[in-house]
Design a protein around this ligand. Structure first.
Ligand SMILES: Cc1cn([C@H]2C[C@H](O)[C@@H](COP(=O)(O)OP(=O)(O)OP(=O)(O)O)O2)c(=O)[nH]c1=O
Length: 189
């Protein structure tokens, strides 16, 4: 079975790939996540490609998987908050509303993109009080998460419903990723 290189420092992505029994090792990318005029909805796929390409150039003989996740509402892209003030602002913006979580996945080989895709999951937030939001941000959990929440953690208490792939919200669109791996025509899936 082929071993992949995971171009990600995210422990969640490692945990999900392990759960799927896909052999891999981790080589985080140095890709510069600068948006430069990209539409919010196009960013995760482009960034996933950028991360996979960056690592593929260093390991051209191996298949590299890259991912990126963004929260989108009203055309605005919410990445990881830079501080707790921004985390509070993001959660107030999302409060009581339905938003999109978009993850991109890309596979690179030999310094070139082999395939890429994106997956969209809709998440509906409950109505939260300011006190609830401030206490949640003080827990520290939101700080390395797009949109300032972790649905897989205490952040589950912010969520009313999820429409689509749950793992896509956590950063790895499972079915899309397995489809791309299957297209490689090997025996991983
Ligand atoms: C919305 C949401 C996001 N997230 C995470 C998934 C991603 O790891 C992170 C978004 O940041 P990303 O820039 O997609 O990824 P990363 O910086 O964690 O890792 P790398 O670039 O090395 O691959 O937010 C959750 O864990 N739970 C959630 O509910």
């Amino acid at each position: 079975m082929r071993t992949f290189v995971l171009a990600s420092a995210s422990p969640r992505r490692s945990a999900i790939l392990s759960q799927l029994k896909i052999p891999f090792r981790v080589e985080p990318s140095d890709f510069d996540e600068t948006a430069d005029g990209l539409e919010a909805e196009d960013r995760p796929q482009k960034f996933a490609e950028g991360k996979a390409l960056d690592v593929s150039r260093k390991f051209p003989q191996e298949y590299v998987l890259g991912f990126d996740t963004l929260v989108c509402l009203d055309g605005k892209a919410l990445g990881k908050p830079k501080d707790s003030q921004e985390a509070v602002a993001m959660l107030r913006f999302l409060n009581g509303k339905r938003h999109k979580v978009i993850s991109g996945v890309a596979i690179a080989f030999g310094g070139k993109i082999v395939s890429s895709a994106r997956e969209v999951t809709d998440v509906v937030f409950r109505h939260l009080t300011d006190k609830f939001i401030e206490e949640y941000v003080a827990s520290g959990e939101p700080m390395d998460k797009a949109g300032a929440y972790a649905i897989q953690g205490q952040g589950a208490s912010l969520v009313k419903s999820v429409h689509g792939c749950f793992y896509n919200v956590v950063g790895l669109p499972v079915a899309k990723t397995l489809d791309l791996i299957a297209q490689l025509g090997d025996d991983n899936v």
